[in-house]
Structures are given as structure tokens and as C-alpha cells.
Design a protein around this ligand. Structure first.
Ligand code: HAM
Length: 426
């Protein structure tokens, strides 16, 4: 039999140690913001029905065409590892009768998502997203608040010079006219655009707009702009969103060619990133989102408006490292407990529990025999207060408390240990 390969699947990675601390801190920052803005956390299953994404994200999109991890159950159901979070949240909203709650329902999530992409910087097959969704309200003030929350999240993490790119892609009605205009613009230019765009022009013409190929971008610089085709309602909505953003001093850049790669959007769409250096740009956008008022219709349920964003945690962490953003570690006061001999080990096991019940952090190396080895570990952890239970102390129910900085030590009764420690750590 061949040896097993000790390797994660392509595009996936283990998270532990210092890396895990980054993930935890990003999650913590999101959690604090969610509490402030009164968002409830939601956790949906990792697997969802394939149909949910085909209908919502859309058939002609990269996600549905190339990037879904699909599996067939023994019962022959087609399930996919969720590639994004908006459609599952929307499904959960309907399934759990959240229409009867006070609207909008504000939900946030943090978890792993999966896309079968070619792995490269900032692009993985399993990645983590933080998402915030306002479901059930069409007021433009929520579009602005969505962008504000995404902006604040990045600011609280420590980023500066955040760039918000924003556009409106209107509703289905205004898009009809715009698609016609774009189609006639591209009619004589098919030879000038890339092969992918030729296909996009047939299937989903708006997607031509966000092609990154410089040749296509050159052609498109002259293309008609969707904002000039917005109906009065969509125009008014967009105007309000921009006014609200100005009111809260969120700097934005109008990007007439921003359309986003998912079909469920209407009206406002936006992305957040940096465009300072190539390295930053190579990571792609940090966050993306927008309004999805026609998602309900695509899923054949009621017309339920919504707006939200999500943010890629790997990209955030990569940029934190690139920009040397460090979280200030709050040093927790901790103690270390050293034991010598079997009786001392038993007593130590009990003392650890007593300290834990009083929320006092305690580290140990309880399987070790050598006092020297245990003290070395305490030193490495830079712990100032060390408790020592040797054979003598175990027999007469005492503990030595040693201050590693001053070298001063005192002997106390085991039953008074919690009280004595509390005096020392305050
Ligand atoms: P999205 O733009 O597809 O939008 O993804 C949002 C963010 O997820 C991206 O800006 C990026 O940071 C991260 N991301 C996407 N793909 C990968 C990948 N392969 N590896 C690492 N990070 C990645 C959505 O998913 C929408 N659900 C956003 C939304 C929420 N719209 C409304 N509400």
C-alpha cells in the first residue's frame, strides 16, 4: 500500500498557531460591529441544493459554470459546497418565516466557502468570508449603511486609504435598454475583444464590462454607460445612496463599468479594495456587495428586497501582513504550575480546576517529571508567577509561590491558593 500524502487538497490550507490568531481577531472585530449595528449571527449549512445557486447566482456566471464543488448524495440529490453566502441567507429567511419579523432582518455570518478556481494569490478553493445582509427593505439608506459597515470593518482592522468603487446597474427594465445599446456598440468590434468576451456578449453581455483584459478595456472605454440608462426610480435611488455616503464622509469612486460577477444584483453594486501597489491589486477586491431586489423573483418566491456585502478573510489577512498591521496583543496575566512526584501531580490537577473556576489562567507541563524542564517552559512563556508543588509540599498541603522577576518566594496553604493568587495578580 502506498503511503498517504500528508497534504491539504489544492487551494485549501490548515489554519493554526499565529495564523489562527489573525482569523480570530478578524472575526472578533466583525462580531463587535455586528453587535453595535444589531445584526444577528446566522450559520447556514455548508451544503445547499445546487438549484439554489443556479437560479440566484445565475447560469452564465463563472461561479455556476466553472467553480461549484458539486456532489451527488446516495439519495441522488445534487448538493454543492456553498460558493457564497447571500443565497443561503435568503433561503433561510424564507424557510424560517422571517418575513413576519420586523424588517429589515439584519443577519451576519462568518464561515468557509468553496470555489473551484485556479489557486493564486488571494484566490483559494476554500476561503473564509464575513458577510452582512439587510433583508426585507428597499430603502437606499441601507445600501449606504452596508457600505459604511464594510468600510468601518476594514478601518477597525487597521486599514487606511480604503477605496470604495460604486455603480448602479439599475433594475431589469433599465438594463433591457442598456443591453441593447451595449450590443449595438459591440456589434462591429467583436474582432477587437477577447474570446471570453465574445462568449459573454452572447450569453450575458454585462459581464463584458468587467473583463480585465487590457484590449477589451481599451474598447470599452468608449462604451455607453449604464448610469445614463437608469429609469427615474433607479436614478433617484442611486442619488440618495451617494448623498448618504457623502453625509458620513465615505470617499467613493464612481466606476461605470463595475457590474460584479453574480446575476442577482440590481441597482447599487460596489467593491472595496486598494489600488496603491500591484501587490495589493493582485489580491483582488477585499469586499464586494450590492442590492439584490430581484433575487426573490429569481428563486420564484415573493419580491423581497435586500442589500449586503461580504469580505474575504484570507485577503484581509494577506493585506494586514503586507501593510504590517499588527493587532495589539493584550497580555493576559497568567501563572504556571510546576509539580514533582505523583502525589503533587494529583494535587496539581485539582488546583488547576480551582483556578479555572475563578477564571485565573494557568499553564502547566503536567506530564513532565523534571522541575528544570518545567521552569524552562514557564520562562519561555514569560510567566511571572510560578507555583511549585514538590514532594514535601504535596505531603504537607502547601504550595510555593515564586515571583520569577524578583526571585522572591513564599509558602502558602493549598486551601488558600486562590486567595493568595488573586492578591498577587489583581
Ligand atoms: P464575491 O465578490 O463573489 O461576493 O465575494 C466577496 C469576497 O470574497 C471577495 O471580495 C473576496 O474578498 C472573497 N473571495 C471571493 N472568492 C475568493 C477566493 N476564491 N479566495 C479567497 N477569497 C475570495 C459574494 O460572495 C457576494 N455574496 C457578496 C454579497 C453579499 N452581495 C450581497 N451580499
Amino acid at each position: 500500500m502506498n503511503k498517504i500524502k500528508y497534504q491539504t487538497p489544492t487551494g485549501m490550507h490548515d489554519v493554526f498557531g499565529k495564523e489562527q490568531v489573525f482569523y480570530d481577531k478578524v472575526e472578533e472585530t466583525a462580531k463587535k460591529l455586528a453587535e453595535f449595528y444589531a445584526f444577528q449571527r446566522i450559520t447556514t449549512p455548508i451544503l445547499e441544493d445546487q438549484e439554489l445557486f443556479i437560479r440566484s447566482v445565475g447560469e452564465g456566471t463563472d461561479i455556476v459554470e466553472k467553480e461549484m464543488f458539486t456532489l451527488k448524495t446516495k439519495g441522488k440529490d445534487l448538493l454543492v459546497l456553498r460558493p457564497e453566502g447571500t443565497a443561503p441567507v435568503f433561503r433561510a429567511y424564507i424557510e424560517n418565516g422571517m418575513q413576519s419579523f420586523s424588517q429589515p432582518v439584519k443577519l451576519w455570518y462568518y464561515g468557509p466557502f468553496f470555489r473551484y478556481e485556479r489557486p493564486q494569490a488571494g484566490r483559494y478553493r476554500q476561503f473564509w468570508q464575513i458577510g452582512f445582509e439587510f433583508v426585507g427593505d428597499k430603502a437606499p439608506v441601507y445600501d449606504a449603511q452596508t457600505i459604511l459597515i464594510a468600510h468601518n470593518l476594514l478601518k477597525d482592522i487597521g486599514f487606511k486609504n480604503i477605496v470604495v468603487s460604486i455603480n448602479s446597474i439599475g433594475c431589469e427594465e433599465c438594463r433591457k435598454d442598456y443591453k441593447k445599446a451595449l450590443n449595438s456598440f459591440l456589434k462591429n468590434k467583436k474582432d477587437l475583444i477577447c474570446a471570453d468576451c465574445k462568449k459573454r456578449a452572447e450569453k450575458n453581455i454585462l459581464r463584458v464590462l468587467d473583463c480585465k483584459n487590457p484590449k477589451c478595456q481599451q474598447v470599452l472605454s468608449e462604451a455607453p454607460q449604464i448610469v445614463d440608462y437608469l429609469c427615474p426610480e433607479c436614478k433617484d435611488h442611486f442619488k440618495h445612496v451617494l448623498e448618504y455616503l457623502e453625509e458620513v464622509s465615505i470617499p467613493y469612486r464612481l466606476d461605470p463599468f463595475l457590474v460584479r460577477g453574480l446575476d442577482y444584483y440590481s441597482k447599487t453594486v460596489f467593491e472595496i479594495g486598494f489600488s496603491e501597489t500591484d501587490k495589493e491589486e493582485a489580491l483582488g477586491s477585499l469586499a464586494g456587495g450590492g442590492r439584490y431586489d430581484s433575487l426573490g423573483k429569481a428563486l420564484k418566491s415573493d419580491d423581497i428586497p435586500g442589500v449586503g456585502f461580504s469580505m474575504g478573510v484570507e485577503r484581509i489577512i494577506a493585506l494586514m501582513k503586507l501593510k504590517n498591521i499588527k493587532y495589539k496583543e493584550k497580555k493576559k496575566e497568567s501563572i504556571f504550575i510546576v509539580q514533582v512526584g505523583e502525589l503533587a501531580r494529583k494535587k496539581t490537577l485539582k488546583i488547576i480546576e480551582e483556578l479555572r473556576s475563578q477564571k485565573i489562567n494557568v499553564s502547566e507541563a503536567i506530564s513532565k517529571e523534571s522541575m528544570k524542564l518545567q521552569l524552562t517552559k514557564a520562562n519561555k512563556l514569560a510567566i511571572n508567577i510560578v507555583l511549585i508543588i514538590g514532594q514535601r509540599e504535596a505531603l504537607n498541603n502547601t504550595v510555593i509561590i515564586k515571583n520569577m522577576e524578583t526571585g522572591k518566594q513564599s509558602i502558602v496553604e493549598q486551601e488558600n491558593i486562590v486567595k493568595e493568587i488573586k492578591k498577587r495578580i489583581k
